[in-house]
Ligand binder design. Structure first.
Ligand code: 5AD
Ligand code: SF4
Length: 440
């Protein structure tokens, strides 16, 4: 049997795209290889959001090129956002690449990578032709599934390459999404994460008659039997309208966990980023969410060193972090992306300043996350069991509704919901034991 190997970079959308790439290749009769050097077809599903993934890819493609010199039959395919961003140059930059495809072209992969080594054409490329919500897929996890609700993004954040590589926003129809969720539930999935570049603007671009909004989608997914938990990522603060907040508050399955990208705590920088909200509007939104959704966990994304960011702007970011007290935060150094407006701005922040700010930010973020998790000690949390603990095989692992990983003792099956008494915490995980009912 011919074998494939997929290496994935980047975000959850890319992880999900890789599940679909694997599903496509398996539908051609290929099997998965344990490592790239055992594969006949190696696929790199790339990311280009910052410079770092670009550099990592170069190293991987160097290795694959060396293997191809020994085995000219090896097929090298590059998909994803970097391939799309470099579509004019990719075969010049990396002559060892046989097939390249953008995130919108996964449905064509089967045509391009023919089974049995025939049908591979060097230099094929395609982009954004189909909405690819219904392809075969090979799920990474048994009880959890990603569900794509839209592709592309209509925002114009000045730092971001994503709109250029993933195109205009296209929503998938509600009926198709709910049908997929029902199929997943029938297959034993208990938790879904709805995925979109901007999930909470979902539905507005659908044709008249089908046009709807994200709160309605949450309610429709909540009504599917067997789905115990619903998450979604990433929402944009500008699109958190009242019906979405009400749906989160009212739907039992929708978890008390929202990833709410801040990017900067300075209104001046937010304006230059074209985020379309101010620091005050963001903080008001946090208040509205917390008032409507008790015990809400908040996560965020923050960029330091955006062009023109002064020490005072950066301090305002620290202030917002202290005020909101996020449960988790992804922190990034601003990375200029060719073709974006911010990359052409004059007042780029020097590297040492960016690094120093990142260090200060990470310290605050971690301290607060540790304090937030410590507040859970002594409480009973509902945990969805995912498997054995990664650090101690005698323990089980799962996540709370607030999306914190818990390692715990006691017997339970994968996919079960159990009550866990929390007895320890770090900045990223909780520890505990299955709570036994107290006799009356
Ligand atoms: N530089 C650094 N971080 C970026 N992000 C997006 N573009 C850039 C960039 N050019 C971050 C944002 C976004 C997350 C997915 O990546 O914080 O929310
Ligand atoms: Fe995901 Fe953006 Fe990276 Fe593409 S460029 S994989 S959308 S993070």
């Amino acid at each position: 049997m011919r074998r494939y190997h997929v290496t994935t970079f980047g975000c959850q959308m890319n992880s999900h795209d890789s599940e679909r790439i694997k599903g496509m290749l398996e539908s051609l009769g290929l099997g998965e290889a344990a490592a790239p050097d055992e594969a006949d077809i190696v696929v790199f599903n790339t990311c280009t959001i910052r410079e770092k993934p670009d550099t990592k890819l170069a190293a991987y493609l160097g290795d694959a090129g060396a293997r191809k010199r020994e085995n000219p039959e090896l097929v090298i395919a590059v998909g994803g956002c970097y391939a799309e961003a470099q579509r004019e140059r990719i075969f010049d930059l990396y002559p060892q690449v046989d097939v390249a495809f953008g995130p919108g072209s996964i449905p064509h992969l089967a045509e391009w990578v023919g089974a049995g080594g025939v049908g591979v054409e060097r230099g094929r490329f395609g982009t954004h032709e189909h909405f690819a919500g219904d392809l075969p897929q090979r799920r990474e996890r048994r009880v959890h599934a990603w569900v794509q609700v839209s592709m592309g993004c209509n925002s114009t954040c000045s730092y971001c390459i994503v709109p250029a590589v993933r195109g205009r926003e296209q929503s998938r129809r509600a009926g198709d999404i709910v049908a997929e969720v029902a199929r997943l539930a029938a297959d034993g999935v208990r938790e879904i994460t709805l995925l979109g570049q901007n999930v909470n603007s979902w539905g507005r671009d659908l044709p008249p008659g089908l046009r709807t909004e994200f709160g309605e989608l949450l309610r429709a997914c909540d009504a599917v039997d067997g789905i115990a938990r619903i998450r979604f990522t990433s929402p944009h603060p500008k699109d958190f309208r009242a019906p979405v907040i009400a749906a989160i508050a009212e739907c039992d399955a929708v978890c008390e966990h929202i990833h709410l990208p801040l990017q900067s705590g300075s209104s001046r920088i937010l304006k230059a980023m074209r985020r379309t909200y101010s620091r005050e509007r963001y903080l008001q939104l946090v208040e509205r969410l917390r008032a409507a959704i008790p015990d809400l966990a908040l996560g965020t994304d923050i960029i330091v060193g955006f062009p023109g960011e002064s020490e005072d702007d950066f301090r305002q970011t620290l202030e917002v972090v202290e005020a909101v007290r996020y449960d988790s935060a992804f922190t990034f150094i601003y990375s200029p992306r060719q073709g974006t407006d911010a990359a052409a701005m004059a007042d780029q922040v020097p590297d040492p300043v960016k690094h120093e700010r990142l260090e200060r930010l990470v310290e605050v973020v971690q301290r607060i996350a540790r304090e937030r998790n410590a507040e859970r000690v002594g409480r009973v949390e509902q945990v969805l069991v995912e498997g054995p603990s990664r650090t101690d095989a005698s323990l089980l692992r799962g996540r709370t509704r607030r999306n914190t990983t818990v390692n715990f003792s006691g017997g339970a099956q994968i996919g079960e919901l159990v009550d866990v008494l929390v007895d320890g915490a770090t900045s990223t995980t909780l520890r505990g034991r299955i709570a036994t009912a107290v006799p009356a």
